[in-house]
Design a protein around this ligand. Structure first.
Ligand code: NDP
Length: 244
């Protein structure tokens, strides 16, 4: 898909690795100026070498104060990709308060915070915008040992629709992508059991996992004017019926 984001400034969270990293590269290649936000500085240093001119911001998005300091004055942003997340794997009965708090602060609270900063800027400038929340199929399909992570993604479904409703009058669209497993570091961790992995592929309509590029393309489509009438949507790729 050949898209042109020239003249626009994008912010991508979780930009150091996986889906976020390739989203930054694709936006940069499509002419956008990109603010790349992530936690590990070495990732941002190597990404800056690959994509000269991007603006790296190193911050732990689970820390509200540090995020406010790092992004409070981020300046004009037209496109936002809320991609950063942690998937802490623990059986439901063993989930600790720390697991819960970390999952919700990174995966959900930071989405509130960064989106508020960016949307306020769009509204003050009187410009339209597009926000994509990177959710997951687990918003709809339970995975073993992912109760905390899945809960954050389930809540993201409601958050996406709420944001779409309230920001729509300002011409700010909000959508989510809900991928199946993608074999990044996170995807390899959650699908490590071969039998589980086989069943998972079997349940997918296309009988396979997604490639990083597939998810990036969906994100770019939702960021672009090609989806100008789409807001409050989420992609769901697995049917819950007869899931074992
Ligand atoms: P990765 O673990 O490969 O990459 C996640 C990136 O987010 C890393 O750069 C990581 O930095 C960063 N990040 C994590 N926590 C923080 C934080 N507190 N502050 C700032 N940056 C942070 O994940 P994926 O690329 O696989 O996942 C990207 C998104 O896609 C997530 O929202 C995930 O839930 C979703 N998703 C992934 C699927 C998969 O199978 N991979 C399936 C469905 C959805 P660092 O490594 O330095 O912590």
């Amino acid at each position: 898909m050949q898209l042109n984001f020239s003249g626009l400034r994008a912010l991508v969270t979780g930009a150091g690795k996986g889906i976020g990293r390739d989203t930054v590269k694709a936006l940069h290649a499509s002419g956008a100026r990109v603010v790349a936000v992530s936690r590990t500085n070495a990732d941002l240093v190597s990404l800056s070498k690959e994509c000269p001119g991007i603006e790296p911001v190193c911050v732990d998005l689970g820390d509200w104060g540090a995020t406010e300091k790092a992004l409070g004055d981020v300046g004009p942003v037209d496109l936002l990709v809320n991609n950063a997340a942690v998937a802490l794997m623990r059986p439901f009965l063993e989930v600790t308060k720390e697991d819960f708090d970390r999952s919700f602060s990174v995966n959900l609270r930071a989405v509130f915070q960064v989106s508020q900063i960016v949307a306020r800027g769009m509204i003050n400038r009187g410009v339209p915008g597009s926000i994509v929340n990177v959710s997951s199929m687990v918003a709809h399909v339970p995975f073993p040992s992912l109760a905390a992570y899945s809960s954050t993604k389930g809540a993201m479904t409601t958050l996406t629709k709420s944001m779409a409703l309230e920001l729509g009058p300002y011409k700010i669209r909000v959508n989510s992508v809900n991928p199946t497993v993608v074999l990044t570091a996170m995807g390899q961790k959650v699908s490590a059991d071969p039998e589980f992995s086989r069943k998972l592929k079997e349940r997918h309509p296309l009988k396979k996992f997604a490639e990083v590029e597939d998810v990036v393309n969906s994100i770019l489509f939702l960021l672009s004017d090609r989806s100008a009438s789409t807001s409050g949507s989420e992609t769901v790729c697995v049917d819950l019926a007869d899931w074992e």
